[in-house]
Design a protein around this ligand. Structure first.
Ligand code: BG6
Length: 512
């Protein structure tokens, strides 16, 4: 979260895993957009490192293809691209080749000399997690961690696959880099609409007084995707929805929704407050996991007009796979603010719609003085924060229908990003990369946060691993998940709010 009009110091960015998907799809398009917006330092250099032999030109060509395909601005203009790409270089090396790190160190020293500056050095691990420790260890041996003010390491998710492995990775990184040098990415925190949860709550006086158990009945966080697992079977088969989405993205959204007001807007303060939430989450007893957690796997179904095949039919997925592609949890936060308020979380692949939203359902009125003639359509007040693809906030409340009798029905008040600000939204990676250059770790996970988040999901992971699901596949592609997810809420007399509340109304607005 950069200060307006600031421009970062000269920077040398070393991307490990430079020939991979993430570099091409996310990291370099984000850098290019920062460049076009004039937000990159005047002096910057990107050194790509990966095992695959490639010339600088081949590397640049591959990156350009990525930008043309994945950048939010579409195809790059030639002149812009040439200027940008001239700063990119490639080194083919094995990740455990000590010599390669020695010559990398020399290259970085040369850059400093030619710029006459002590450039920020960013080591970005866009590699498979299996080599995180190797690369960090080699950077350590080459002494590249030493200048703590300017050397930073960026670690992609997944950060561990359970509490024990996350702890051990934290320990290994911590032997070389100090905590403020480590930037653990959860790209959801880079999304504008996710950060806006903080602005909404803490830059306004009217919501905070009702943001608690006295007024809020339940909170629902949905991150639904209509895509399947694409070509990621190898990764997904050993990961599943709980590790892939809940341990990180959904729990972070929960933290921002539930945290106490920060005293200041700085990295440690925000992260202290979010870690407090994670620690206050009531542990799910191993033997009661069924009461609090639901898993699912998609079978064949229809998304729009298209037939979508079952998860088990995807290439490289075991025909009897037990991997969950859907997870839902009910959590309680044991503190004064939230005692007794259920937080329902759900995420899944191949669901009916791609939509991420936080729904805050308020308590019903204590006494209904008005006789509701449209009882069927009556709704409790609800605040729906749409994170994506729609970026808006809706408050639904009851209004009197026009006419001689007192009749109420629900209506929506809506704030829409694009209409209010009329500027394009940056991609999460743009925000996050700029923050790393600036040395602002507010939107990155601290070691204790990652571990606390793993602790929350551990009983569920262990229980699911110890018992094969008998009913997989248990939801059709194109549905909202297994019936057991509805039953999870029905037990409490709740139902899932449709995350598309208000979207219908909006379309009608646009037409009129
Ligand atoms: C990633 C997961 O972290 O987030 C993917 O590994 C998922 O499985 C993706 O599709 C969703 O991100 P976004 O930004 O498209 O919502």
């Amino acid at each position: 979260m950069m200060e307006p009009s600031a421009k970062p110091q000269p920077a040398a960015i070393v991307i490990f895993g430079a020939s991979g998907d993430l570099t091409q799809r996310k990291v370099v398009p984000a850098l290019f957009n920062l460049f076009l917006d004039g937000l990159l330092p005047e002096k910057f250099s990107v050194i790509g490192v990966a095992r695959k032999p490639m010339s600088d030109d081949e590397f640049r060509k591959r990156l350009r293809e990525g930008v043309d395909k994945f950048s939010r601005r579409g195809r790059a203009a030639d002149a812009d691209w040439q200027k940008f790409a001239a700063n990119f270089h490639y080194r083919a090396a094995a990740y455990d080749d000590a010599g390669a790190y020695g010559s990398l160190a020399e290259q970085l020293t040369q850059l400093d000399k030619s710029w006459d500056a002590s450039a920020t050095r960013i080591f970005y691990l866009a590699t498979p997690p299996s080599v995180f420790e190797t690369v960090a260890g080699q950077l350590g041996r080459a002494g590249l961690y030493k200048e703590r003010q300017r050397a930073r390491i960026v670690v992609e998710k997944p950060f561990g696959r359970d509490l024990a492995s996350a702890r051990s990775l934290n320990k290994s990184l911590g032997r070389i880099f100090s905590e403020p040098q480590i930037y653990r990415i959860d790209h959801y925190l880079g999304k504008e609409t996710v950060q806006n949860i903080l602005a909404f709550r803490f830059a306004n006086a009217i919501f905070e007084p009702i943001w608690n158990r006295r007024y809020i009945d339940n909170v629902q966080i949905t991150v639904a995707e209509s895509i399947g697992i694409e070509n990621r079977a190898h990764f997904y088969e050993r990961t599943g929805a709980l590790r892939d989405m809940v341990q990180n993205h959904l729990l972070q959204i929960l933290c921002l929704t539930a945290m106490e007001p920060p005293v200041a807007f700085n990295a440690d303060e925000i992260r202290n407050k979010t870690v407090d939430v994670l620690r206050a989450i009531r542990p799910i007893p191993r033997e009661k996991v069924r009461e609090f957690a639901v898993r699912g796997q998609y079978g064949e179904g229809k998304i729009g007009e298209k037939i979508a095949p079952a998860y088990r039919a995807a290439r490289d997925v075991a025909p009897d796979s037990a991997t969950e592609t859907f997870a839902a949890l009910k959590l309680f936060i044991d503190n004064w603010r939230w005692q007794g308020v259920p937080f329902y979380l759900r995420t899944g692949k191949r669901l009916a719609q791609t939509v991420s939203a936080v729904g805050i359902q308020f308590r019903p009125v204590p006494h209904q003085a008005i006789s509701y003639c449209s009882v069927g359509d009556w709704r409790q007040n609800c605040l729906m924060i749409h994170i994506q693809p729609e970026e808006d906030i809706l408050l639904s409340f009851q209004a009197k229908q026009p006419g001689p009798i007192m009749c109420v029905s629900p209506v929506d008040m809506r704030f829409c990003y694009h209409e209010a600000f009329q500027t394009p939204t940056p991609e999460a990676y743009e925000t996050l990369l700029l923050d790393v250059m600036e040395g602002d770790a507010t939107l990155f996970m601290r070691a204790d946060q990652v571990e606390a988040a793993w602790s929350v999901v551990t009983p569920v992971l262990e229980s699911w691993e110890s018992e094969r699901p008998k009913d997989f596949p248990n939801y059709a592609s194109g549905s909202w998940g297994p019936e057991s997810a509805d039953a999870l809420l029905a037990k409490d007399n709740h139902t899932w709010l449709s995350p598309s509340i208000g979207l219908g109304a909006k379309k009608a607005d646009l037409k009129s």
